[in-house]
Write a protein that binds this ligand. Structure first.
Ligand SMILES: NC(=O)c1ccc[n+]([C@@H]2O[C@H](COP(=O)([O-])OP(=O)(O)OC[C@H]3O[C@@H](n4cnc5c(N)ncnc54)[C@H](OP(=O)(O)O)[C@@H]3O)[C@@H](O)[C@H]2O)c1
Length: 335
């Protein structure tokens, strides 16, 4: 059995990773770490895991994590993650990092979007982005995966084939709505019930870090730099992302051609569905699916994409990457 550690086990992505890994026939969760280790178990921390695990929560060092594990899912905030990831890697354990720390291509991009120096700059640009649909051939042999961001997944998956086929102009508008779990489990004023319920609010308009990730990864995959305007919104629901993407097509390409391009690009992908209906978060909730649909409006084509931020936008993608890294069937334990 493959031994998998969950680092930062008290958060939302960690819970989803634990649920998926506990259903995986080839994996045993070997360690669960938190700074809040007080003799409780993983199931005490997340009662949904009751009956699935009796694992204690411990405050382990990177060396102890590596000794007990073949792979570590690091579910920590950016900046806190890189020093721990780097120490676990140095101790000989493979890592899937769910934070943003290893996603961008250069230290200067990281500094621009995260406002601080990267704690482990040497691995930036060397680390594969954990999106099998674009970088599958880089994932089998790597010791470290940079798991994608949730909003970026909902934009990069639909846009990349269109950019590669030169079907869209470079100016693109991405308007996204996310459930509140996207902000993590740590309490913050802006995610309190009374702040979010019965209200939809934009945030980080023109400045959200995921805009940089979308542009960087699409450029890495296609050698074309898009000019993306990205506006995220918080909506009063637990989970899910719906992104509405506005593009102008090149050379008179129609919505049908855009749809055909996406259908062809993803015909063999187990988790990308180009669907005839309008996507909705409820159709993908709790699954690793990314649903995409295309509509026309005058000179514009509108692409709609729905994912579960905690599954395809985080822990489902991480398990999909783990399956590829350890040569399991790519879909194991994923709906
Ligand atoms: N939520 C999403 O939809 C989503 C999607 C994609 C990617 N991500 C990324 O995945 C990572 C985890 O997200 P999440 O939503 O699970 O966050 P979360 O619910 O806030 O959990 C993060 C965990 O990290 C630990 N932690 C916090 N600060 C730390 C520090 N300075 N040093 C060590 N441990 C620390 C905490 O554990 P203890 O306090 O118990 O030690 C906490 O439980 C983040 O980088 C996030 O950006 C999240």
């Amino acid at each position: 059995m493959l031994r998998a550690a969950i680092v930062g086990c008290s958060g939302y992505t960690a819970l989803e990773a634990a649920l998926l890994l506990s259903a995986h026939p080839e994996v045993k969760i070997s360690a669960a770490t938190s700074r809040q280790a007080d003799g409780s178990t993983l199931a005490d921390m997340h009662p949904r895991l009751t009956g699935k695990t009796t694992l204690p929560v411990e405050n382990l060092s990177p060396a102890e994590i590596a000794e007990r594990s073949d792979v570590a899912f690091c579910c920590l905030p950016h900046a806190a993650s890189a020093p721990i990831v780097s120490a676990i890697l140095d101790a000989g354990c493979r890592v899937i990092d769910l934070s943003a720390d290893y996603r961008l291509s250069t230290p200067s991009l990281y500094e621009h979007w995260y406002g601080e120096q990267h704690p482990d700059p040497g691995r930036l640009g060397q680390t594969p982005y954990g999106m099998p649909e674009l970088f599958r051939d880089r994932l089998a042999d790597t010791n470290l995966v940079a798991n994608p961001g949730c909003y970026p997944t909902s934009a990069i998956v639909p846009l990349t084939p269109l950019v590669r086929e030169n079907l869209v102009e470079s100016q693109v508008i991405v308007d996204s709505k996310s459930g509140v779990s996207g902000a993590g489990r740590s309490p913050k004023l802006g995610t309190l019930y009374c702040e979010t319920n019965e209200s939809i609010s934009p945030y980080s308009v023109g400045t959200h870090r995921h805009q940089g990730e979308m542009v960087d990864i699409i450029e890495r995959s296609t050698s074309t730099k898009l000019d993306i305007i990205f506006t995220p919104h918080l909506v009063p629901m637990h989970r899910g992302i719906l992104s509405t993407i506005y593009v102008r097509t090149k050379g008179g390409a129609t919505a049908n051609q855009i749809r055909e391009c996406l259908a062809t690009a993803y015909q063999d992908e187990p988790f990308v569905r180009v669907v005839p209906h309008l996507p909705a978060t409820r159709y993908v909730s709790g699954t690793n699916y990314c649903d995409i649909s295309v509509r026309e409006n005058g000179d514009w084509v509108i692409i709609l994409c729905a994912i579960d931020n905690l599954i395809k936008g985080a822990s489902g993608a991480a398990v999909q990457c783990m399956n590829l890294m350890f040569e399991f069937d790519e879909t194991t334990a994923l709906l």
